[in-house]
Design a protein around this ligand. Structure first.
Ligand code: FAD
Length: 297
């Protein structure tokens, strides 16, 4: 079944989970332990990222194939155009189809090394995610997602331009979008409003990072591409040297964010797991997102 079918079938708010491809055997064992701990909670779908600059693509293909064959989860593979010729992209998409993966998050990717360095397309490759959406569609009966940016993509001139290109790639054949990390519910809701005002009613799923450590906070700031609000730093930075207190307050912050999103009718929350299950299980439980886990006060 596809991500769209799962989202449409939701009768209560759901959640999805994201992993990265393992680099070695110990990593792989950690990944699979986490997948098995989250699988019984019945997430809407699970996704595996594509290595930066197109690296470790075999890891993505191998892991997503195993998810498709050995689990009850709905798998979605991330795929980036960077560094690949169209022939290579066709081949990877063919691999996904062959192992039963019907959902692809179509991305352009960042240049390897410096993400904000000059974008250089592969001489026989693609320039924008929009073209990858078309290619994936052309090659099979896939459900396709794209990336959306609450603060605008760092390379976009302004929010209007950013919204125009988001809507273009949705119209090119994407079924839904997943939003980059953000700090406040309003930042996400404004993105949703911009897309709707520009004529798109495709679902946009918010990306959520469980803020368990100072490192996850730094990563969130980096990925969001925005300046964090002072209230957030005031709540978490004083706890940087107390891991238990940081984790507790970090998860409180994320719970409050998720509650606000759910109150605004967001149907599905997408959690970055960093290949661990514990924090996501805790949030799913607190938010009552899975009948398999009793809500915790
Ligand atoms: P595009 O949609 O192509 O946009 C790139 C830039 O070009 C934007 O500034 C846009 O406004 C502009 N643009 C778009 N179309 C046009 C056009 N037709 N003409 C002119 N300008 C245009 N990276 C990885 O390496 N692996 C992953 O697994 C991964 N997963 C991600 C998941 C999510 C949910 C998100 C939000 C990002 C992810 N990324 C991943 C990062 C992503 O690859 C980068 O943010 C990349 O810089 C942008 O990708 P895009 O698909 O949004 O690009």
């Amino acid at each position: 079944c596809t991500v769209t079918e799962r989202l449409q079938a939701l009768t209560a708010p759901g959640f999805s989970i994201e992993f990265f491809p393992p680099r070695d055997e110990p990593d792989e064992a950690v990944l699979w332990r986490s997948i098995r701990q989250l699988e019984p909670l019945d997430p809407s779908y699970m996704s595996i990222t594509y290595g930066a600059g197109g690296s470790n693509r075999d890891g993505t293909i191998r892991s997503i194939a195993r998810v498709a064959t050995d689990t009850t989860l709905v798998p979605m593979a991330h795929l980036t155009a960077v560094g690949h010729s169209v022939a290579e992209l066709r081949q990877v998409i063919g691999h996904f189809a062959a192992v039963g993966v019907r959902n692809i998050l179509a991305l352009r990717g960042d240049p390897p090394g410096d993400p904000m360095g000059e974008w250089i397309a592969h001489p026989d490759g693609l320039n924008y995610a929009e073209e990858l959406v078309r290619l994936v569609r052309e090659l099979g009966d896939f459900c396709v997602g794209v990336a959306a940016f609450p603060y605008g993509h760092p390379r976009s001139a302004d929010l209007d331009t950013d919204t125009r290109y988001l809507v273009r790639k949705l119209r090119a054949g994407a079924d839904f979008a997943v939003a980059q990390l953000f700090f406040e519910a309003e930042d996400f809701l404004r993105l949703r409003d911009r897309a709707a005002a520009a004529g798109s009613d495709a679902p946009i799923i918010p990306g959520i990072m469980p803020l368990t450590t100072p490192r996850t906070l730094r990563k969130t700031i980096e990925l969001s591409g925005a300046t964090p609000p002072s209230w957030l730093l005031d709540r978490l930075e004083p706890l940087a040297d107390d891991p238990a207190a940081f984790r507790a307050e970090g998860l409180n912050v994320v719970t409050e964010l998720c509650e606000r999103l759910l109150a605004e009718g967001v149907p599905n929350l997408h959690f970055y797991t960093f290949n661990r299950a514990k924090a996501t299980r805790e949030l799913v439980s607190r938010l009552g997102l899975s009948p398999a886990l009793a809500p915790v006060a």
